[in-house]
Design a protein around this ligand. Structure first.
Ligand code: ARG
Length: 590
């Protein structure tokens, strides 16, 4: 179970909202449920945040005998009625009643210092869900795990990490394609090659090659095809011999997938399509009771408003399909696992499938039709990975790019760059290895995550491994540089945390401090809108704000050394949390 959210202080926006809530209650006591509308100031010279309630309040209360004469006086009153708070330095009114707030730099400094003592977990945002399922990665057994699955794995892991950080209980589900007609073909081929039943991984060798060979056999031999189709029936009927062969094939695939997950540092819990098989009949019965299922051209379907073709839930041959499984999984996840939010990651090409069975879930009354209510389902669609030629990414030698090879190459290139910079002489071989891996894998992940997920992106090693610009390499190095400033000072940072005081005197210091404090609301936004790139932008911005502070003001040896070292430490702590949420291992030396 997730820990409670009680010790979280909430995002900066939320804290400001609390202050305004008090004022709104006094200003318009007759309006019972006004929610403070707080946003970052569009124009920074006006302040840091603004309260936007005056206009909409005015349109609600005008003509109802209110004492106010327009939106601006409403804004004035909201400002006047603000309780005294050490958070706020000054307020002003702009336009038709916007209340601008400038935060006190002492308060910003104190909040950061508190985080340094209590830990960054106290900055976790509060989300309105207790349990979520993230259905991600989900490759298909015996088929290759392609770059699309890499995207699903990387983006899904980050979303899971952000939700976990926000104290949501997350079930990380690998919905592997381990059920379907292709297994008849594979099993029959297995029997043919190993009539004695003595199979092991080495014997099968490369499962993809095995898949291709069996497919070829399937397509060219009618007799084989018939046997394969029968094998599906035997498998689904639970015949021992067939179940065993199926399990063997799955196990080999699983080992291959596991290697990729290990490298990526991603943890998943497999509940493949086969898991939901026993629930399909019951699920379809429930949908039938609600009158949702109809006959159409020999198949059983659910018609969805606005869609030309219906959602097929029982095929003409009586078999179940991807949609029947997803409906059963939806039922299971809502009723047995009690998930309040189910998040699915696949490429945008599958959007229609998700829209259709989500709609079926709504029509069945399993999901509220109001999408702002829970339980809720979200399809997180992502674009394609392209090669330099602008086409679907592939390498010259193989049609699909092997994930493991990509990671290897990123690491090798990083290592070469480090050796070129003389690190082989400076570091132990383990340090070299560890850094090359952290930077290389981090680069691959970051290059993916920094894009708005719905767009296609071009996979390019030179770009992602560049140590300048918005890359993981640049950011990891920026973090390492901050750590080295702290090391070089010779001060014990834990002592400074206890005895020192953070003071945000200069403009660059204040800007950096405010940005640090905005961490929680950024994670909240990234979670709510399921957009990891929002966190990447924040991180890049953070390193830029640090650079403008550091290039302007001396840290070591200055009169403000203690305070500035604390600011360095806070920046490093927040950067590390960002890396952690993005699944990137930080490095401390460069
Ligand atoms: N196995 C599918 C594929 O490779 C993805 C499954 C996504 N999850 C789901 N519940 N449909 O395309």
């Amino acid at each position: 179970m997730a820990a409670t959210n009680e010790d979280n202080i909430g995002s900066l926006k939320e804290q400001i909202a609390k202050v305004f809530e008090v004022s709104l209650k006094v200003t318009v006591p007759e309006e019972l449920d006004v929610v403070p509308l707080i946003a970052a100031c569009a124009k920074k010279e006006f302040g840091d945040y603004q309260c936007n309630n005056a206009m909409s309040l005015w349109s609600k209360i005008k003509g109802k005998g209110t004492q106010f004469k327009g939106p601006q006086p409403v804004g004035q009153a909201i400002m006047k009625n603000l309780p005294t708070s050490d958070m706020i330095e000054s307020c002003s009114i702009a336009g038709p009643g916007f209340v601008n707030v400038k935060l006190s730099k002492q308060w910003i400094a104190k909040s950061i210092q508190k985080m340094l003592t209590d830990g960054i977990d106290t900055w976790a945002p509060k989300l309105p869900v207790k349990r979520a399922i993230v259905d991600f990665s989900s490759p298909n057994i015996a088929k290759e795990m392609h770059v699309g699955h890499l995207r699903s794995t990387i983006i899904g892991d980050t979303l899971a990490r952000m939700l976990e950080y926000s104290k949501v209980d997350v079930l990380r589900r690998n919905h592997v394609g381990d059920w379907g007609t292709q297994f008849g073909m594979l099993i029959e081929f297995l029997f043919e090659k190993f009539p004695s039943g003595e199979v092991n991984d080495q014997a099968i060798g490369d499962l993809e090659v095995f898949y291709k060979a069996s497919k070829q056999r399937f397509d060219s031999d009618v007799e084989f095809k018939k046997r394969a189709q029968k094998a599906v029936v035997s498998l689904q009927g639970g015949e021992e011999k067939y179940r065993k062969a199926w399990a063997q094939i799955c196990e080999i695939s699983r080992k291959g997938f596991e290697k990729v997950y290990q490298r990526l540092g991603v943890h998943l819990e497999e509940k493949g399509e086969s898991f939901y098989n026993p629930y399909i009949l019951k699920t379809l019965d429930l949908l039938r009771e609600k009158g949702l299922i109809e006959e159409s051209e020999g198949a059983q379907v659910i018609f969805i408003e606005g869609k030309k073709t219906p959602l097929i839930v029982v095929k003409r041959d009586g078999g179940f399909n991807y949609a029947s499984t997803d409906l059963a999984a939806l039922w299971y996840r809502l009723n047995v696992e009690k998930a309040e939010w189910i998040i699915y990651l696949t490429d945008v090409g599958q959007r229609e499938h998700f829209e259709m069975f989500f709609t079926a879930g709504k029509r069945a009354g399993w999901l509220p039709s109001d999408e702002s209510k829970y339980p809720k389902t979200s399809h997180v669609g992502f674009g394609l990975v392209l090669g330099d030629d602008g086409k679907r990414f592939r390498t010259r030698s193989t049609e699909v790019v092997k994930l493991v090879d990509l990671l290897d190459e990123a690491k090798t290139r990083c290592k070469a760059a480090l050796v070129e910079r003389g690190k082989a002489a400076e570091w132990t071989p383990e340090e070299l290895e560890h850094t090359a891996e952290a930077v290389g894998y981090g680069a691959v992940k970051y290059a993916d995550l920094k894009n708005n997920r719905s767009t296609n992106y071009t996979f390019n090693f030179d770009q992602m491994l560049n140590d300048k610009g918005n890359t993981a390499v640049y950011l990891l190095y920026a973090h390492a540089r901050i750590c080295s400033i702290i090391r070089k000072s010779g001060k014990d940072i834990d002592d400074l945390k206890k005895e020192g005081e953070l003071i945000l005197e200069k403009d660059e210091e204040r800007k950096l401090g405010l940005h640090l404090l905005q961490f929680a609301e950024v994670v909240e936004e990234a979670c709510t809108n399921l957009l990891p790139n929002v966190l990447c932008e924040y991180l890049y911005d953070l390193s830029e704000k640090f650079t403008s502070f550091y290039s302007q003001w001396q840290v070591i040896g200055s009169a403000e050394e203690t305070s500035r070292l604390l600011l360095c430490e806070a920046t490093a702590v927040v950067m590390r949390k960002c890396f952690h949420l993005l699944g990137i291992t930080p490095v401390y030396k460069i």
